[in-house]
Design a binder for this molecule. Structure first.
Ligand code: FE
Length: 335
């Protein structure tokens, strides 16, 4: 065998190896207990080993950046479109063309440039005390700025990305001046200083310290599971609104293939699998979130909260306008 033939034979042998056997390395800001069962199922099904590390999104993105071409990571998995947008903006991800992903994931829940894809939906909605709020009183996020809600509103701190994303989406819809007026209205209606987390804000509503707050539904689910008798109920705002503010504010957890992935095909297959009907319930239900794939029904407990219209503006706006939102909230005195 000549040397050239030998090289060809080696190349053919390498090409014949099952591509699926190559390990996929994931950097995940989603907790180990949420992702490990899924990764185990994927490995059982495909034979593909998955290695992952979990950390907060900040350190993971800093690590990806510092490692550059030498990163072992093929895929970044994180929560919030703002973080995914940031990762793409910093050049940490690469575009993926996938008919499977385009079919499984509604257009507003993935990057128009195909660098990240939503895998579950979190709805940020109103939770109120039914002993203190009459039916019909609640309508929209914007309405909570009206004087009738004076001393009746509780909010989580503006330091967390969740309300930053909501305000960013309002800037997209209304521009900064009107959004600042609304935000000032919220602040003027606060019954007490903002809370460090959604759960504390709901507990204040249940205790009668205020009447309504704004939370991600999975926190409501977790709290009610622990304490089903709390006087708390979900309201879906902006359902009878048209235009850019129509529908409940949603965000995603999602993933992208890293710019310097060694196994981009493997990472893409894993993301496609996570978006598929068989994995979607496993991915979403464990955290009481909504499947991103509209063909997949949510968990029974989640479905019991009722159906709602989502806001259909692309969630990337939450990332693009985040800095403006943070400055605006600061100007409006929202701490
Ligand atoms: Fe959360």
């Amino acid at each position: 065998m000549s040397f050239a033939h030998f090289i060809t034979a080696v190349a053919l042998a390498a090409a014949a190896l099952p591509a699926l056997a190559q390990e996929v390395v994931v950097y995940s800001a989603r907790n180990e207990q949420l992702i490990k069962p899924l990764f185990d199922a994927y490995t059982r099904e495909t034979g593909t080993p998955i290695r992952f590390i979990t950390d907060k999104e900040g350190p993971l993105m800093a690590r990806l950046k510092a490692e550059g071409k030498n990163t072992p990571a093929d895929m970044l998995l994180t929560v919030d479109a703002g973080n995914l947008w940031q990762a793409a903006e910093e050049g940490l991800l690469r575009p993926v063309r996938s008919t499977l992903l385009e079919t499984a994931i509604p257009a507003h829940l993935r990057d128009p440039d195909n660098e990240w894809f939503g895998l579950s939906v979190r709805a940020r909605t109103l939770v109120y005390n039914p002993n203190r709020v009459k039916p019909g009183e609640l309508t929209t996020y914007e309405d909570l700025a009206q004087p009738k809600w004076k001393n009746r509103l509780c909010l989580r701190t503006s330091k967390k990305v969740y309300n930053q994303s909501l305000v960013a989406m309002m800037i997209h819809a209304y521009g900064e001046d009107k959004t600042e007026d609304i935000t000032r209205g919220w602040v003027a209606n606060l019954a007490t200083a903002p809370f460090p987390d959604d759960t504390k804000a709901m507990e204040a509503v249940a205790a009668g310290q205020c009447d309504v707050t704004l939370v991600n539904t999975y926190y409501f689910g977790r709290l009610m599971e622990k304490n089903p008798n709390l006087p708390l109920a979900i309201f879906w705002p902006n359902q009878n609104v048209s235009g850019a503010t129509a529908g409940v504010h949603v965000n995603i957890s999602g993933a992208g293939v890293t710019r310097h992935a060694h196994n981009p095909a493997g990472a893409q297959k894993l993301i496609e699998w996570l978006a598929s009907a068989k994995a979607q319930n496993m991915f979403a239900d464990v955290n009481m979130e909504y499947p991103v794939n509209p063909r997949v029904a949510p968990d029974k407990q989640v479905a019991a909260w009722g159906t709602f219209k989502q806001n259909l503006v692309n969630v990337k706006e939450a990332g693009r306008l985040q800095v403006k939102a943070v400055r605006l909230m600061d100007r409006a005195g929202y701490r």
